[in-house]
Ligand binder design. Structure first.
Ligand SMILES: Nc1nc2c(c(=O)[nH]1)N[C@H]1C(S)=C(S)[C@@H](COP(=O)(O)OP(=O)(O)OC[C@H]3O[C@@H](n4cnc5c(=O)[nH]c(N)nc54)[C@H](O)[C@@H]3O)O[C@H]1N2
Ligand SMILES: Nc1nc2c(c(=O)[nH]1)N[C@H]1C(S)=C(S)[C@@H](COP(=O)(O)OP(=O)(O)OC[C@H]3O[C@@H](n4cnc5c(=O)[nH]c(N)nc54)[C@H](O)[C@@H]3O)O[C@H]1N2
Ligand SMILES: [Mo]
Length: 764
């Protein structure tokens, strides 16, 4: 049955009864057994399992219900009692499944048996585990070592990730792209340059000491709802929250705590943002320049009047480098330029700066709104510049807080998933395992895609994820993907990436983190790192979906054994039999971070990895925190067409999805139900383009002569969004984003701004 698009005024606060209804719907829809729905009580608890949804911090003293709508949905999606076995694939050819939607594919439920695509019948057919490993291993042995890609999605545990990077390196390359290449790689590059650590400095405790939060381009109500608790508590203490986001996002406007009976009864809402600035997409560097300019002006005034300086001059002197050049660039920059590029008025920016100057401990929180731009890295370094002005890094209540996506995406980097050889402890691995690790740089996500387009990839191994749907340039990439000689997917659910497949294709179904992972009858535990650099243990609690499933560590070990020559120093079988021995190996490789790993992982609230910048120790070339002068204030300079009809598109997530996993077509926060093929547009732009509410339109990418890129059949929805820009959903709009349109330096696809042309769809 085709659903009808419905658009309502999105007036519900985030959380509240809507949230409870959503959770109930998904528990029922996925036929989650009652006993498994009780699992939610164990989510993010010191003796429970780490939620498989987002990476937000897990407190030492958790709420009785330390879960949220998103986490409950992710749990229901994994513990669903729906399943697909070999009989399903007997009934459907793969070509036929191409017509299925992303939602319908995953909604089939859990994959239960290993499968191999059979070209003659165009069907996935069951294959014995041993045979699958043997065949894949034999093929990998024949491949050129630098032409195999080992992708991972940021959900896999520290244990699996460590084993996986070792497998890739022993195989002979550093081709270890992961989902963070599409996500916070701009953070890893930017923060490393600026403050000498690749991750945020803020922890949960800082939320209790902050007096002001600057919030850029992160949709907390949808993508990290547990953080609403910290924000709500902060608001109750009078903390100012200053938001920069082109869309008025419900979760950033107000929140009713679904876990507070009183609030639920009374409908009491907490207003989250005290100021809301609808910056132009890509306009954050300009907005931050404006903020810095207003801070300097206040400092000038204080100095002239003999009052206390506004700048933290002692901090600037002792702890920073490059301030003078930066200051000059701010003074040289005109308000006219700042207003034009940011889309904000001088007085609005000054009002925000005023709060900053009056606050003694400020945090900068951000998400994809900063990182997924051509100048994504610059956006991050600009936010650091702003914080440094008043010494807002490395003191209680202050610091930088990138909100990571996947539950262990930060941890994967910590245990060696990286294409950059200088970031991996190669000498240590050599000593520990007696092999010669490859020293050449490997491919990141964009580079892997470029190599696929050039016919330079012979095999792709995917540890989770739905790569073909997550990357940009869908149409070109799908064509290239079908030419890959071998694709292997370690997955829990059927997705587009299995349907669009290589010439030989395997699906290896695995256990999820919520499931009890027994090895030799003994339940194993795993670990993850959250967004604030704390490591946590996680015990699976639900019975496995099927006894035919293998765990991720077991699959990685079996692939490695089938591919590599035996190495007496790597006991793959021993590791699989007892994951604590993997943790011992991790601790040996990274003793400073993971000493006594097996004991410390159960510390309530986790244990933190050492973070020099949080202690005001700066591991940068100058030994100080670096100011970086922005090269330009233009958001995405090389895509600006100058075409007066062009609109700037940015892609966002809805309440009804986890990345490419589409739970439902509903986005209750934005009041849209029944369809994801919508285009949010300002009423003025709708009129300017001669359109009306509800019209169907097609978009075409306005830049790039290398290919025609378009998406047809989007319905116009009027929305509170700045003129000149439009928003659509990811992944539906990914065909519009050229592969080359990625962040400078970090190569994160610039999914948050691309110029497009609009026209009314032809009448059918
Ligand atoms: N429920 C749920 N939770 C998730 C996910 C999910 O899909 N569903 N995904 C997970 C993953 S992997 C990630 S990376 C995170 C992503 O979480 P977020 O970082 O919140 O990612 P998005 O929803 O893509 O967009 C973030 C916000 O940026 C705003 N924005 C767009 N362009 C700009 C800009 O130029 N400037 C500013 N200031 N703002 C802008 C958008 O309006 C949107 O509100 O969430 C994680 N958690
Ligand atoms: N236009 C646009 N594109 C984007 C973004 C954007 O904002 N805009 N965001 C980007 C970002 S931040 C990210 S992180 C990517 C992510 O994009 P995806 O690759 O879609 O991310 P996942 O959620 O990892 O992938 C979902 C699949 O993982 C598998 N899976 C689920 N659980 C498990 C498990 O426990 N183990 C294993 N092995 N597999 C499992 C299931 O089969 C499921 O189909 O998309 C990026 N693409
Ligand atoms: Mo992400």
């Amino acid at each position: 049955m085709k659903e009808e698009l419905k658009v309502e005024d999105p007036t519900m606060p985030a959380g509240g009864w809507g949230s409870v209804k959503e959770v109930t719907n998904i528990l029922l829809g996925q036929h989650v057994p009652i006993k498994d729905s009780r699992l939610l009580m164990k989510q993010n608890k010191p003796d429970g399992y780490a939620c498989v949804s987002c990476a937000w911090a897990k407190p030492a003293n958790p709420h009785p219900f330390e879960f949220c709508e998103s986490g409950a949905k992710a749990t229901a999606w994994e513990t669903t009692s729906k399943q697909i076995g070999a009989d399903f694939f007997e009934r459907h050819t793969v070509t036929e499944l191409e017509a299925w939607s992303d939602h319908d594919l995953e909604d089939l439920g859990r994959l239960t048996v290993p499968l191999r695509w059979d070209a003659a019948s165009d069907r996935y057919r069951p294959i014995a585990w041993d045979a699958a490993f043997r065949e894949i291993g034999a093929t990998l042995q024949e491949c050129a070592r630098d032409k195999v890609v080992f992708y991972s999605s940021g959900r896999a545990s520290l244990e699996t990730s460590y084993m996986y990077q070792l497998f890739a390196r022993m195989y002979g390359n550093n081709n270890l792209p992961d989902s963070s290449n599409m996500c916070h790689e701009s953070t890893s590059v930017g923060l490393q340059k600026s403050i000498g650590v690749p991750v945020g400095t803020v922890n949960l405790n800082d939320f209790e000491h902050t007096d002001c939060i600057f919030f850029f381009g992160q949709n907390v109500g949808v993508n990290s709802p547990r953080m609403l608790h910290q924000l709500q508590e902060a608001r109750k203490r009078g903390v100012q929250i200053i938001t920069f986001n082109p869309l008025r996002e419900r979760g950033l406007v107000s929140f009713t705590n679904p876990q507070s009976p009183l609030e639920m009864l009374t409908g009491a809402e907490t207003a989250i943002s005290t100021q809301y600035h609808q910056v132009k997409p890509g306009g954050d560097t300009a907005a931050l320049m404006g903020l810095c300019k207003a801070v300097l002006a206040q400092d000038d005034e204080a100095r002239a009047g003999g009052a206390q300086r506004v700048l933290d001059t002692a901090f600037l002197q002792e702890h920073t480098h490059g301030f003078d050049d930066f200051e000059q660039s701010v003074r040289d920059c005109t308000w006219g330029h700042i207003e034009r590029e940011s889309g904000l008025t001088r007085s609005a920016i000054e009002a925000a700066a005023d709060v900053y100057c009056k606050s003694s401990a400020v945090m900068g929180v951000y998400g994809m709104g900063l990182t997924q731009h051509r100048h994504g890295v610059q956006n991050v370094t600009m936010l650091v510049n702003f914080l440094l002005l008043r010494g807002n890094i490395g003191k209680p209540g202050a610091g930088i807080c990138p909100v990571r996506g996947h539950s262990n995406v930060q941890g994967q980097r910590t245990v060696g998933i990286t294409e950059k050889p200088e970031l991996a402890p190669l000498d240590k691995l050599k000593e520990q395992y007696g092999f010669e690790p490859p020293r050449e740089k490997g491919m990141n996500t964009v580079e892997a895609c470029e190599a696929m387009l050039a016919g330079q990839v012979e095999a792709y191994i995917g540890l989770g994820g739905n790569f073909i749907r997550a990357i940009p340039d869908t149409v070109r990439m799908e064509a290239a993907w079908r030419q890959l000689p071998l694709t292997v997917q370690i997955s829990t659910k059927l997705n587009r990436n299995h349907i669009i497949h290589g010439k030989a294709s395997y699906i290896l179904p695995c256990l999820g983190r919520i499931e009890i992972d027994r090895q030799g009858g003994v339940p194993q535990s795993v670990s993850i790192e959250d967004s604030t650099a704390y490591m946590h243990g996680s015990r699976g609690m639900a019975e496995p979906a099927a006894d035919t499933l293998l765990s991720e560590p077991a699959i990685v070990a079996a692939l490695a054994k089938a591919t590599l020559l035996p190495n007496p120093k790597v006991d793959w079988d021993g590791w699989v039999a007892d994951y604590s021995t993997v943790r011992n190996a991790i601790a040996e490789t990274y003793p400073k971070i993971f000493h006594e790993f097996n004991e410390r992982m159960w510390t309530p609230g986790g244990f933190r990895k050492p973070l020099a910048a949080a202690e005001r120790v700066w591991n940068t070339p100058s030994g100080k925190a670096e100011f970086f002068t922005p090269e330009t204030l233009q958001g995405d300079p090389d895509t600006e067409t100058g075409d007066p009809h062009a609109l700037r598109l940015f892609t966002v997530r809805s309440d009804g999805q986890f990345n490419t996993t589409i739970y439902s077509n509903d986005d209750r926060f934005r009041g849209v139900t029944g369809s994801r093929m919508v285009l949010f547009m300002s009423p003025a732009d709708i009129a300017r383009h001669g359109l009306s509410n509800g019209d169907e339109v097609d978009l075409r990418t306005a830049v790039g002569v290398d290919a025609e890129r378009s998406v047809a059949g989007l319905t116009v929805v009027p929305y509170d969004i700045p003129d000149g820009c439009v928003a659509g959903y990811y992944p539906e709009c990914n065909p519009l984003i050229p592969l080359w349109h990625h962040a400078i330096d970090s190569k994160v696809p610039a999914a948050k701004s691309i110029d497009v042309l609009i026209r009314r769809s032809a009448v059918q």
